[in-house]
Design a protein around this ligand. Structure first.
Ligand SMILES: *Cc1c(COP(=O)(O)O)cnc(C)c1O
Length: 405
């Protein structure tokens, strides 16, 4: 601290790092020298433990165990073992979550499942700014089911669109562009009050918000394994179905892994009595093993501490950027950290050029067309000092791109 009590951002970051209860986790992640990685919301970073696990799975379980590893290496139970590591992050029981396929595919299954409870209602509502795959899947499912697809632009517009023909609302909790987060319990309650069902996409949520889906009466949820859960590129997705609805919904993609007795090889489908009915085909064991190992880190982590770090680190980043009023960077993420996911986004007329300059100088974020630069904070893998360094790198990149205009 300087005389007069004025601190620099670097000093503030050093003090936060010294007091960070999650600081010890940073070294569990592989780090590229000279690089601050701020795309953890798109592809989470690799942990040393995951690297080691994959070596074992490949050399021992696949290499020498071969097909016996389905039983000996516990491959058969890996989907359920992985689900039980995700359940506490969602605030639900193990029996309500399964891990399989991609978010896109699982969203399709959940739309088809929710449709089975439509009770004569005809509409599926989706947010027009939702992640594109959610729009495409909802549109494809609506066409097959004979539903009519209606789009809304804002949460307020959603509430005024809900009516007696609303069957399903497909919502993403954290907006992939701005990071703005909705309030899951109150929105769920509003939809239920009008008789509809909600499917929450938690791709940018799980691992950075404490959740209590069961307590909040959430019907269905889906999300990504490769973002804040750090499961690796293309990691399987997770799917939640409330215990009340589970016995009454079927999987529209009823593959043999969702069968009550897959290895009986019966020509007749009989759905599994529990959440495994949402499985479809053979699990991707290599990816699943990586996700399973990546999730071990959450065993003794307090999600409230994670949430606190997410809010503080993203606010620090935004404050550093705002300290230079002369750049063309305009923050489009909510100013109130409690309604923000774990990323910060800024408009800049030369977004692609700004990001290319950032990456060339060791700060990796990403661009969302046409004019957004986006920086995601994997809370377990970053220090506050990383955030300040990266924000200053962004300021320099923006200044150089503006000057070259
Ligand atoms: C990342 C993301 C997806 C990704 O879906 P995949 O099937 O894994 O490609 C889906 N929805 C949202 C909201 C996302 O942020």
């Amino acid at each position: 601290m300087r005389e007069g009590g004025i601190t620099t951002f670097e000093e503030r970051a050093a003090a936060l790092d010294a007091a960070d209860p999650l600081g010890a986790y940073v070294d569990r992640f592989v780090r590229k020298p000279g690089c601050v990685y701020l795309d953890g919301n798109s592809l989470g970073p690799l942990q040393h433990a995951v690297q080691a696990r994959l070596k074992t799975v490949i050399a021992d379980e696949w290499g020498t165990g071969l097909i016996t590893s389905w039983k000996e290496g516990c491959w058969l139970d890996l989907p359920s073992q992985t689900a039980s590591r995700i359940a506490p992050l969602l605030g639900v029981s193990d029996a309500s979550v399964t891990v399989c396929d991609s978010t896109s595919v699982n969203l399709f299954k959940l739309i088809a499942a929710a449709w089975q409870h439509r009770e004569g209602r005809a509409d599926i509502l989706v947010e027009s700014t939702n992640f594109p795959t959610d729009l495409y899947i909802a549109s494809g499912a609506a066409a097959l089911l004979g539903a009519s697809l209606r789009q809304f632009d804002t949460a307020d517009e959603l509430l005024s669109s809900l009516d007696a023909s609303t069957a399903i609302v497909v919502l993403t909790h954290v907006d992939f562009r701005t990071g703005a987060a909705l309030d899951i319990p109150s929105v769920t309650e509003e939809v239920h009050a009008r008789g509809g069902r909600v499917i929450w996409d938690l791709s940018h949520t799980t691992g950075v918000f404490p959740l209590a889906l069961e307590e909040w009466n959430v019907d269905f949820a889906v999300g990504c394994g490769y973002k804040f859960l750090n499961g690796g590129p293309g990691a399987p997705s997770y799917l939640y179905c409330s215990p009340q609805l589970l016995p009454t919904v079927e999987n529209a993609l009823p593959g043999w892994w969702g069968h009550a007795a897959p290895f009986a090889m019966s020509p007749h489908y009989e759905s599994h009595p529990d959440i495994l009915r949402f499985q479809t085909g053979t699990p991707s064991i290599l990816s699943l093993a990586a996700l399973h190992e990546a999730l071990a880190i959450w065993n003794d982590i307090d999600l409230d501490a994670v949430r606190q770090k997410v809010e503080t680190i993203s606010s620090l980043f935004i404050d550093v950027v705002a300290s230079e009023a002369t750049t063309l960077l305009q923050c489009i993420s909510p100013a109130d950290p409690s309604t923000r996911g774990s990323h910060a986004a800024f408009r800049h007329p030369r977004a692609a050029q700004v990001m290319a300059t950032c990456i060339a100088t060791g700060v990796i974020g990403d661009v969302r067309p046409p004019d957004i630069v986006r920086f995601g904070f994997a809370p377990l893998a970053l220090t506050y000092s990383d955030a300040v360094h990266a924000a200053k790198t962004l300021l320099a990149a923006a200044a150089s791109c503006t000057a070259g205009a």
